[in-house]
Design a protein around this ligand. Structure first.
Ligand code: SAM
Ligand code: SQH
Length: 222
């Protein structure tokens, strides 16, 4: 729910933020990928550009070099990460949907950052448990977030960050169940359970940010 100001309740305020501080600094290739994605089926799933700007800032703060992405789609967050990490950085990016990745690939090539990307055409839940990643972005099957969390706490370094997207699920976490469209209920329940569990998890420091569709930023504490 990136293009819709579902969390920030004012369309005008969202527009103001985007036009004043986000779009003028957005890389040309990201803009092109975002525009091409808008006419792709389910194009609204792409990461919101204001949320992307926050992600880039955090990647820079961390000096992240090795990152993991679960849920690539056409590659907005992937290209953003590739543009932000150093030239010898690496992103392992997993998604069973190669078609969507290939739609965005020309923009990644044009930006000259394809060498930083290792795309794996597969559902996630990686095999190795060796900790080594500075950063992970999870924007995939919402009902698996807790499974990803358990695995990522082994794969991300102490002090590293994990960002989960869609944790406010269009704002529906505070709606009555009957007001939520039936197909959205399963992921709403998943978000409610995830938000409760993460609040109780002393292994991470957290901040829930009402940007995009809700970002839960977790720092691995120990
Ligand atoms: C919301 S989109 C990702 C948006 C992307 N981060 C962006 O900025 O455009 C969700 C993606 O998760 C992928 N997905 C679904 N189940 C998955 C799984 N088990 N492992 C990895 N990716 C998965 C879908 O194919 C879809 O492309
Ligand atoms: O409607 C959506 C659906 C999904 C989604 C992702 C992975 C799956 O396996 C799946 O079955 C659905 O993801 C979204 C998202 O990430 C948004 O930011 C906004 C909307 C949606």
């Amino acid at each position: 729910m990136s293009a819709n100001p579902t969390i920030l309740q004012s369309h005008n305020l969202k527009k103001y933020i985007l036009e004043t501080n986000v779009y003028p600094r957005e890389a040309e290739t990201l803009k092109e990928l975002r525009n091409a994605t808008a006419s792709y089926p389910m194009g609204f799933m792409g990461t919101a550009p204001d949320a992307g700007q926050l992600m880039a800032l955090l990647l820079k703060l961390l000096n992240a070099k090795k990152t993991l992405e679960v849920g690539v789609f056409t590659g907005y967050s992937l290209l953003l990460t590739a543009l932000t990490i150093p030239n010898d950085g690496k992103i392992i990016a997993m998604d069973p949907d190669r078609k969507a990745y290939e739609m965005g690939l020309p923009f990644i090539k044009k930006a000259g950052v394809e060498h930083k990307i290792d795309f794996i055409e597969s559902p996630a839940l990686p095999g190795s448990n060796k900790e080594s990643f500075d950063f992970a972005f999870v924007d995939a099957d919402k009902d698996n977030y807790w499974n990803y969390h358990e695995r990522l706490l082994k794969l991300v370094k102490i002090g590293g960050l994990i960002i989960y997207d869609n944790t406010l699920w269009g704002g529906s976490v505070v709606w009555a169940e009957e007001d939520v469209p039936a197909p959205k209920r399963k992921f709403r329940q998943a978000a409610l359970a995830f938000n409760k569990a993460i609040a109780d998890d002393s292994r991470v420091e957290i901040s829930v940010v009402s940007i995009g569709d809700g970002f839960t930023i977790c720092k691995r504490a120990h």
